[in-house]
Design a protein around this ligand. Structure first.
Ligand SMILES: C[S@@+](CC[C@H](N)C(=O)[O-])C[C@H]1O[C@@H](n2cnc3c(N)ncnc32)[C@H](O)[C@@H]1O
Length: 145
């Protein structure tokens, strides 16, 4: 493979971003379709998510979980901590984080895929807001502090 294929200038970032959004919108709409990556509870189990972390979370959000790693492997959050979940997707990590930080902590989810945010919101309202007190915002994170 030539080096030029790997340089940023050869990438069409707009198309790449659109392809990512389309893939995650598809997972939000149809989590069981089958993708080139794992999803849902089987994925959570592969990544070492504890069953009790998922307890009480909306089943429809768990099905659309498409995480690429387990951020809690490096340690669990402490009560009162503040968390920004960048690329929050269906919101499973945000919801788990909210359980860990408790009522004195704060979690906010940010995602650039409107369909994922909408799906997470819908699943939370269907579950009558149980364990769903996490605000979510549409936004594309370009740089971070
Ligand atoms: C692997 S999923 C996240 C899964 C999520 N942690 C969960 O608990 O379900 C990745 C998400 O990151 C979002 N994303 C990717 N790049 C982003 C960026 N630069 N800014 C905001 N969201 C982004 C995608 O739209 C997608 O919903």
């Amino acid at each position: 493979m030539s080096d030029s294929l790997l340089t940023e200038s050869s990438l069409d970032l707009g198309r790449l971003r659109q392809a990512i959004q389309e893939a995650y919108a598809a997972v939000a709409r149809d989590p069981g379709r089958g993708y080139h990556f794992h999803t849902g509870r089987p994925l959570a189990s592969m990544l070492g998510y504890h069953d009790d972390w998922l307890e009480g979370l909306p089943e429809g959000s768990i099905s659309s979980f498409a995480g690429t790693g387990n951020p809690f492997r490096i340690g669990q959050l402490q009560p009162g901590e503040r968390v920004v979940d960048i690329g929050s997707g269906a919101g499973i990590d945000s919801l788990i984080a909210a359980k860990m930080v408790g009522p004195d902590g704060q979690v906010i989810g940010v995602d650039m895929t409107r369909a994922m945010l909408a799906h997470g919101e819908k699943e939370c309202s269907r579950s009558r807001g149980r364990q769903c007190r996490v605000p979510r915002r549409l936004g594309r994170v370009v740089t971070h502090p």
